[in-house]
Design a protein around this ligand. Structure first.
Ligand SMILES: CNc1ncnc2c1ncn2[C@@H]1O[C@H](COP(=O)(O)O)[C@@H](O)[C@H]1O
Ligand SMILES: [Zn+2]
Length: 348
């Protein structure tokens, strides 16, 4: 996969804001997990969608179930998280917000609390090894699990926000978009916002969620995942676009994920073009680099080739993503300095 990407995109310093931990597991890590659990009889083809392949979104969610079977102990999570962080760093990502749904596994003793603690341990471990990347964590709410679990997750996220030295910054709302309704999660999300957790919500990933998006946009969230069907050109409405613009809510856009998951027919149809043309904050992300067999450099190259972006435009795109991070202004300033320092080398 590496040799297809121009060195410019590899060397480009990048910010990754939308990466699900268990969707980001690479082939080599999956191999290690499979060898730890041969009795599960899981083959590699079951955990990733290769080049040129497509799946329905529903089939993508089956893939996560398989990966979850492979990742069910603290030891697994520690390995998966450190591998994923190092892979992002090797791909030129300088700041990463990783997100993951805390799970409980009775048979291995894993609890939601120890799940989050283990991810934090991985982040700290990478830092102590000097891996050149600033990593933060968003605790994910799986919309399939309903109101009560959402509330419980908010409480956990709040506790960790207060005790993790700024590593836990907020919440993600994700999970199968065809299941459940956002209105049931609104009180939990509102509570999260009130206690200072940042919110990144998957909105309108499928066409049937316009009413839900309208409701959730009133929170308002701090960032939007996908937002595929918000724009009128995609079947959404001007009213929804107006809300997003009014609150200046950045979009996290994942080209390969949307095309492989078949919510967008062709790369050239991707809603990136509508928002980018408007000058609205649009951040290129991977979503699930393992499942969709991609990485952030490829996604930038894909956006550039599909929408005919110059190298300066690509640079601006990665630079402007810094303003959309959830970490405080001091971190934004450090990253902007890093971009200034690296520019001559990237454009050499
Ligand atoms: C493809 N588009 C998507 N839409 C919605 N949710 C998604 C997703 N991709 C991933 N997830 C969410 O992330 C989980 C896997 O990572 P974690 O176990 O949390 O680390 C999935 O189970 C789903 O809840
Ligand atoms: Zn996602």
């Amino acid at each position: 996969m590496d040799n297809e990407v121009d060195v410019f995109y590899r060397e480009l310093p990048k910010v990754e804001l939308h990466a699900h931990l268990n969707g980001s597991v690479s082939c080599p890590t999956i191999e290690k997990l499979i060898s730890r659990k041969p009795h599960l009889n899981i083959g590699h083809g079951m955990t990733a969608i290769g080049k040129g392949q497509r799946r329905t979104l529903d089939e993508c969610f089956q893939v996560f179930k398989v990966i979850h079977q492979l990742v069910d102990t603290e030891e697994d999570i520690l390995m998966v998280a450190t591998d994923v962080i190092k892979e992002f760093a090797a791909d030129g990502v300088k700041y990463l917000e990783l997100r993951s749904t805390p799970r409980e596994e009775k048979h291995t003793g894993l609890t939601k609390k120890s799940y989050i603690e283990t991810v934090i341990k991985a982040i700290k471990q990478c830092k102590s090894e000097g891996v050149d990347i600033d990593v933060r964590f968003l605790v994910a709410i799986d919309r399939r699990n309903g109101t009560e679990v959402a509330m419980e997750t908010v409480k956990l996220a709040e506790d960790f926000m207060l005790s993790s030295d700024g590593l836990v910054l907020g919440l993600d709302l994700s999970g199968d978009p065809t299941v459940g309704h956002g209105k049931d999660l609104l009180p939990a999300l509102q509570k999260a916002k009130n206690c200072g957790l940042k919110l990144s919500l998957h909105l309108s990933e499928v066409p049937s969620q316009l009413e839900e998006s309208d409701l959730l946009l009133d929170l308002p969230p701090d960032r939007i995942g996908h937002g595929t069907f918000l724009h009128p050109a995609m079947g959404g409405s001007q009213g929804l676009v107006d809300k997003v613009v009014k609150h200046n809510i950045p979009l996290e856009l994942c080209l390969t994920s949307n095309v492989k998951g078949q919510t967008v027919a062709r790369y050239s149809d991707h809603h990136f073009k509508h928002w980018y043309q408007m000058g609205h904050p649009s951040v290129i992300c991977t979503d699930d680099k393992g499942v969709f067999s991609t990485d952030l450099s490829q996604e930038y190259q894909l956006a550039a080739s599909t929408f005919d972006l110059s190298r300066e435009a690509v640079w601006k795109l990665s630079h402007d993503a810094i303003d959309c991070i959830f970490a405080p202004d001091t971190v934004k300033q450090q990253l902007k300095q890093k971009w200034i320092d690296l520019k001559p080398q990237v454009f050499k």
